[in-house]
Design a protein around this ligand. Structure first.
Ligand code: HEM
Length: 148
């Protein structure tokens, strides 16, 4: 179970790195309404990342990773919800429309990139912790076991 949890955190890391790449793909690709490349970013962000995160939470619990790690594993789901929330708040507070947003909207939507960094940072932390549990160093003191 610990190894499966670790593998999921690696998949999460790959997915989040692609998420940044897909954002750039959308920005630098064609900008037509039907032929833009933002679909990859949307699908990865709204399906792949949340599903992997959910599976990681389940496997963290099955691997008995501890309550704090299980909650930390759930954090990306909350942060992804914030990504959507920023679009809603940006529209409400800033005004303007999709094609011609105001500076206020842009200031709030810029946080989408910062929050993306928070998702990346959380996943790196999770992967580091999961690796330490899946592959404890030979000779390292296992605090869970009493010394003989
Ligand atoms: C973990 C990181 C990220 C996640 C989970 C994420 C998630 C999402 C999701 C789910 C959407 C679709 C929203 C909708 O359909 O209403 C979206 C849209 C968008 N994201 Fe991200 N995002 C992330 C990082 C970034 C970064 C780093 C950038 C750019 C610096 C970015 C730029 C955009 C843009 C420009 C859109 C609007 C695309 C459109 O026109 O539909 N995202 N993001």
């Amino acid at each position: 179970m610990r190894k499966a949890y670790f593998v999921l955190t690696v998949l999460l890391l790959i997915s989040v790195v692609f998420q940044f790449y897909f954002a750039a793909l959308g920005v630098f690709g064609p900008q037509g309404e039907d032929d833009n490349l933002f679909g990859f970013h949307r699908v990865n962000g709204s399906i792949v990342l949340p599903v992997l995160s959910l599976l990681a939470v389940i496997f963290a619990a099955l691997a008995r990773a501890g309550a704090r790690t299980v909650w930390l594993t759930a954090l990306p789901i909350l942060l992804i919800a914030v990504q959507y929330l920023l679009f809603i708040i940006g529209g409400l507070v800033g005004g303007g429309d999709e094609d011609n947003p105001t500076v206020g909207t842009a200031v709030i939507l810029g946080l989408h990139a910062v929050n993306g960094l928070a998702v990346l940072g959380t996943i790196i932390t999770l992967m580091t912790r999961a690796r330490a549990r899946a592959f404890p160093k030979a000779g390292a003191v296992d605090e869970a076991r009493p010394a003989v």
